[in-house]
Design a protein around this ligand. Structure first.
Ligand SMILES: Cc1ncc(COP(=O)(O)O)c(C=O)c1O
Length: 437
């Protein structure tokens, strides 16, 4: 067993007896086994073998204030004593909805779920219920959670991904019904004319276009203003709903990516940071579309239950997290993000290692290999084994990023923490498995 991580190894051996492959979340699986977390405080995470790690992953972007943030701790502890969930609504759901609406007035109505996956699923179903049409469009390589339709062409391999101007529609999970794939149009990301042509041709049967303005799995490169503008224009033209997935990008500013780009989607999906570290998701948007959920005038067009929807633990934690995020917090995160992206990039140049760092605000992603990253295909041209090796080298130096190269800052980090990240990164570039040309 690997020296220094014996307890993680032993837990993994136990996990294999009760969980498939010892795992219950594909994202956190690692060979030969993952480190197991014991606790987290502020920007620090401690694993079960006692290693202290600077957490630059923040549960894949869900934690914007790091771990055990005192206002979240206080709000959640108080709510625990009052009861964690009821077969009745609570005032907390109104409070969190009001706070979100105060940030984005275009969130005319909001519906809570327990995850980003459910939020996206309900947004897609809402668009279908609103338009009475079956087809949705999404971008190649973009991850929107684990609903069958939005998984289409999530990890298309080069030998089957088809023409650049007309990406193939490929099922993700084995056994996905062919009908699912038929109802999804796959768009090339950031290719304005090509995507427009596909959308216009599909127009009469198109219920929705689902887009993430900076899709992590497709490289964490931003959609161009022209691309987003085209999506808005064409969806209006053909009568389809534009859904902006801000499950991650809502951490870019007080009004998320929409606030930075001026894009006006019909629906927005949220998750991660709005729950303060507890499970959450939300669909928010135009009152007429959101009316498909409204039960007050009889059976809604889209009934939507969920035992833990708007559970008060997630609501109060989200309220505590978001009330402590003002424009200055986002500006500080963006300044730190700019610094880290710039310094990682400089470290690559100085070491003569080919690579590129993408991202914006508090998010960064390291790609090792040559060429720019603008979409799924250009990101896929960078070999994943080198980035996995980077992740391992950083871990050995006490810094946690994703094994896909994703990094994410929190408000409790300081410049000293960033210096530690950059120093560890520089050291990792001496590893031949990372630097290999
Ligand atoms: C853009 C985006 N949408 C949706 C989801 C799904 O959210 P959840 O993991 O809460 O189901 C994710 C998760 O990473 C995401 O990144």
């Amino acid at each position: 067993m690997t020296a220094g991580v014996e307890r993680s190894g032993a837990l993994y051996a136990r996990a294999r007896r009760v969980l498939p492959g010892g795992n219950t979340r594909t994202t956190v699986y690692e060979r030969p086994f993952p480190r197991y977390a014991a606790r987290g405080v502020g920007p620090w995470l401690t694993d079960v073998d006692g290693h202290r790690l600077l957490d630059c992953l923040n549960n894949y972007t869900a934690l914007i204030h790091g771990h055990a943030y005192p206002p979240v701790l206080a709000a959640a502890s108080q709510q625990l004593a009052f009861g964690t969930c009821f077969g009745l609504p609570t005032e907390t759901e109104i409070q969190l909805a009001e706070l979100l609406q105060s940030r984005v007035p275009a969130f005319e109505a909001i519906r809570f779920t327990n995850s980003g996956t459910e939020a996206v699923m309900q947004a897609v179903k809402a668009a279908r219920a609103y338009t009475g049409r079956p087809l949705i469009a999404k971008c190649e390589g973009a991850y929107h959670g684990s609903y069958d339709y939005v998984e289409v062409s999530l990890d298309s391999p080069p030998d089957r991904w088809g023409e650049a101007d007309r990406p193939a529609r490929l099922p993700y999970a084995v056994g996905t019904p062919p009908s699912v794939v038929e109802d999804v149009l796959v768009l090339p990301f950031n290719a304005v004319a090509e995507a427009r042509r596909l959308l216009v041709a599909a127009g009469p049967s198109l219920a929705a276009v689902l887009v993430d303005g900076m899709p992590n799995r497709a490289g964490l490169a931003p959609a161009s203003a022209a691309y987003l503008g085209m999506l808005r224009e064409v969806t209006r033209q053909v009568g389809a709903v534009l859904i902006l997935d801000e499950v991650i990008t809502f951490r870019l500013g007080p009004a998320g990516l929409r606030g930075l780009t001026g894009l006006e989607p019909d629906l927005t999906t949220l998750g991660k940071i709005i729950g303060g570290g507890f499970p959450i998701g939300a669909v928010a948007g135009a009152r007429d579309v959101m009316a498909v959920f409204d039960p007050s005038a009889g059976r809604p067009r889209l009934p939507h239950g969920g035992t833990f929807n708007a559970n008060p633990m997630s609501m109060v934690a989200g309220l505590a997290a978001l009330s402590n995020l003002d424009p200055a917090s986002f500006a500080a995160l963006a300044r730190m993000g700019d610094r880290v992206r710039h310094e990682l990039d400089a470290a690559l140049r100085e070491a003569g290692v080919d690579g590129v760092v993408t991202g914006q605000g508090s998010l960064f992603k390291v790609h090792l290999g040559s060429g720019p990253v603008t979409d799924y295909r250009s990101a896929a041209a960078h070999p994943s084994d080198r980035v996995q090796r980077l992740h391992q080298r950083l871990l050995a130096s006490g810094v946690l990023i994703g094994h896909d190269g994703l990094g994410c800052l929190s408000t409790v980090m300081t410049d000293q923490h960033l210096e530690q990240v950059v120093a560890a990164f520089r050291r990792s570039l001496n590893d031949p498995g990372v630097a290999r040309a």
